[in-house]
Design a binder for this molecule. Structure first.
Ligand code: UD1
Ligand code: MG
Length: 411
């Protein structure tokens, strides 16, 4: 009914006041809590600054923005369901809507915990993959019980072969689980320069918000209102963090921020039924992940940090290198480096040292690739270049989502 459609987004005025308050609280809380983080040994050194190694920069400040974000969304629950508190309406209480919110909160809270654990303990890869898949289980269950939509529409050109629709069944759930794992990790591996982690997250969240606003009056409007219910508080708490993390950063966001941000975007897209659109907004992260695969799976040696190298004399950053003996490369490593060289997407050099052949290549991240193409630049310029690229991809995403979708899917 009409009532249940409005349920997921409290009136804009209440939402606005809550978010403004949340932003203000975050803005004051962040600097005032930094001594606590330093005291708890939660600090890092800004590797791309002249004085960076002497200064302690508080790490994992995302745990604060994450908590304020959770508090906001939790406090807004009773507000958004208050229409049903009167005796007359109690019977019509939309339990399903509440379950969606709770499952979403559970997944996001789990990732906040995982991220913080990673910041404090430096987890292994298997934890970073296993825990998000577990955290997405309640989400998938809610999806199953409430919609169980696993049918995808086939592009027009393939319809003579496959028919108009395919039911992916269990595979669709596998896809959504993997999506959650991908989103939690994707932001964290496109990182290492001031402002980039929060910057890209904000661009993606804002793009989804624009998409939600555009779709709000459609037949699926309630899904988009559900998404806005999380994205508005998310943006309100992330913007102050960007302020402090921007060049020259006075705090780092930590894996905490990267993980819960990715999960938040995955959650709203899965329960909002626009996961394919979400992937369009993640284009730079998808590219960065695919480009990183050889190093992530250790086919090519991967140093602990792949962030750009800092040149103190010019105050610029340049691509960072992985240097190793050629004989350390196995079959796949050689093969991939060959393909990357042919495609001209890698810096590669062989040299002889102490009668052995050594290889150097740039670390395989989008950041280093940009530096290879454009040459060394100032750290802040690099962040701006990458964020402009992220915005460009969002614009492209809207173009693919609307005009091109008509071409592929008709109507
Ligand atoms: C991920 C990347 C790693 C990259 C790191 C940078 C992969 C597989 N891992 O690791 O290559 O080097 O992020 O965040 O791709 N730092 C800065 N300036 C910044 C941000 C971070 O110098 O603007 C440094 C600081 O020393 C900070 C540290 O990076 O303490 C944080 O690294 P961390 O988030 O722990 O690295 P990972 O997420 O494990
Ligand atoms: Mg990190």
């Amino acid at each position: 009914g009409k009532l249940s459609l409005g349920v997921m987004l409290p009136s804009l005025a209440i939402m606005g006041v809550a978010c403004a308050l949340g932003a203000l609280i975050t803005f004051y809380l962040l600097p005032s809590l930094t001594p606590m983080f330093i005291h708890a040994q939660l600090f890092g050194h800004d590797l791309s600054k002249v004085q960076g190694r002497q200064i302690r920069t508080p790490e994992s400040m995302g745990v604060i923005t994450g908590c304020v974000f959770l508090v906001l969304t939790i406090v807004l629950i009773p507000v958004s369901f208050s229409d049903y508190f009167s005796l007359a309406h109690k019977a019509a209480f939309p339990h399903a809507e509440l379950v969606k919110v709770l499952a979403a909160l559970l997944s996001i809270a789990c990732m906040l915990l995982l991220g913080f654990a990673d910041d404090v303990l430096d987890l292994r890869w298997r934890h970073k993959l296993l825990l998000p898949s577990l955290a997405s289980l309640p989400l998938l269950m809610v999806y199953y019980v409430l919609f169980d939509g696993t049918v995808i529409v086939v592009p027009v050109i393939l319809r003579p072969l496959l028919g108009a629709n395919i039911d992916l069944g269990l595979l669709y759930y596998l896809y959504m689980g993997l999506l959650a794992v991908f989103c939690t990790n994707a932001i964290n591996i496109l990182a290492g320069i001031n402002g980039l982690e929060v910057g890209q997250s904000i661009v993606m969240a804002a793009s989804i918000l624009v998409f939600n606003v555009g779709e709000m009056d459609g037949s699926l409007g309630h899904y988009h209102r559900f998404s806005m219910y999380f994205l508005l508080p998310y943006l309100a708490t992330s913007l102050p963090l960007l302020f402090y993390n921007w060049y020259p950063a006075s705090m780092f966001v930590g894996d905490t921020f990267c993980y819960y941000s990715g999960m938040t975007l995955a959650v709203v897209a899965i329960l909002g039924h626009f996961s394919k659109t979400l992937l369009l907004f993640f284009m730079p992260q998808i590219f960065n992940f695919l480009y990183s695969v050889p190093q992530l799976f250790h086919m090519v040696p991967c140093p602990r940090h792949r962030l750009p190298a800092f040149n103190a004399e010019t105050d610029r950053v340049q691509m960072s290198l992985s240097v190793f003996k050629q004989q350390d490369l196995r079959f796949w490593g050689r093969w991939i480096l060959y393909v990357f060289r042919m495609a001209r997407v890698i810096h590669y050099r062989e040299f002889v040292k102490e009668e052995e052949v050594w290889v150097e290549c740039n670390n395989m991240t989008l950041i280093n690739l940009v530096l290879r193409i454009c040459g060394p630049m100032h750290e802040q310029t690099l962040t701006i270049v990458l964020l402009v690229f992220q915005v460009f991809c969002s614009v492209l995403a809207f173009f693919i989502r609307y005009p091109l979708a008509y071409l592929f899917y008709g109507e």
